[in-house]
Write a protein that binds this ligand. Structure first.
Ligand SMILES: [Zn+2]
Length: 271
């Protein structure tokens, strides 16, 4: 990764944060009402600072989980949500690496808002945990938007991980039954015909638009990231898309992918 403050680095949220800040009213209108003005921040360990926060913080996560169709919630491998102090993407590393020291970060806006942890994953019982990181020094509304988008993105990881690594059969809304791995492969094929959906997911593409091969897990990381960003965009109705015309109608320039995302989110697991 390019060091210093290269604002086009996909791991640096600067441009995304600026766009969130400039459009926060319109974005907040797309989020569940209870998330507004929560002013909460996530503090390590396992506690949520609630100085100005009158509601149960679990509501933040429950209302976002409720954005997913019931079929997706049923398939999700989410086990628990954990909270940590702020982290950033480290500069001068070959692969994206986390640091809790801002002085070592690509830039102060190269924040890591969340991640999915697979340490509880077992072959016969896939399980995922979502880690949410505190964010310091941003506008309260922007922080809410970042955490909401990030949490939905991670929730979709709790669907893509079993789909890719624990291949199972999915009954799509049109009643056709498919292999989850084959479904994701088809999605990848379509996705690579188009530019990456967001600034963030552009970090997983080669200059010719093909998915990057990210080490031992190959292309699967890139496929997952594109699905998570696309599904979050569809569920929330906004995204910092590369195409400035579609930020409030994020999949309107990719109808085949929109259909696939809808099918993926509404598929039931076939026994
Ligand atoms: Zn991701």
């Amino acid at each position: 990764m390019t060091p210093e403050t290269n604002s086009t680095n996909p791991l640096d949220m600067k441009e995304t944060l600026d766009w969130y800040g400039d459009n926060k009213r319109e974005i907040l209108d797309r989020l569940p009402l209870v998330l507004r003005g929560t002013g909460f921040s996530l503090i390590h360990p396992l506690s949520i600072e609630r100085n100005e926060f009158a509601q149960d913080p679990r509501e933040f996560f429950y209302t976002l989980i409720a954005r997913l169709p019931g079929a997706a919630v049923t398939r999700s491998t989410l086990k628990k949500i954990e909270f940590f102090k702020p982290h950033w993407f480290c500069r001068d590393t070959e692969v994206p690496t986390a640091t809790d020291e801002v002085s070592k970060a690509i830039s102060p806006t190269a924040i890591i808002p969340s991640k999915t942890d697979y340490s509880d994953w077992q072959k016969h019982r896939p399980a995922s945990n979502i880690w949410m990181y505190q964010i310091k020094g941003l506008d309260e509304d922007v922080r809410t938007i970042v955490h909401a988008q990030a949490f939905i993105h991670e929730l979709v990881h709790t669907l893509t991980a079993p789909a890719i690594y624990a291949d199972h059969r999915l009954r799509l809304p049109n009643n056709i039954v498919v292999s989850s791995l084959e479904f994701m492969t088809e999605f990848a094929k379509e996705a690579q015909k188009l530019p990456p959906i967001t600034h963030y997911s552009s970090g997983y593409r080669n200059p010719d638009g093909s998915f990057k091969n990210n080490g031992p897990q190959g292309y699967q990381i890139a496929i997952s990231e594109e699905m998570c960003e696309s599904a979050a965009a569809q569920l929330l109705g906004f995204a910092f898309t590369l195409n400035p015309q579609t930020r409030f109608e994020p999949l309107s320039d990719r109808l085949e992918l929109r259909k696939q995302v809808y099918q993926f989110l509404n598929a039931r697991r076939e026994k």
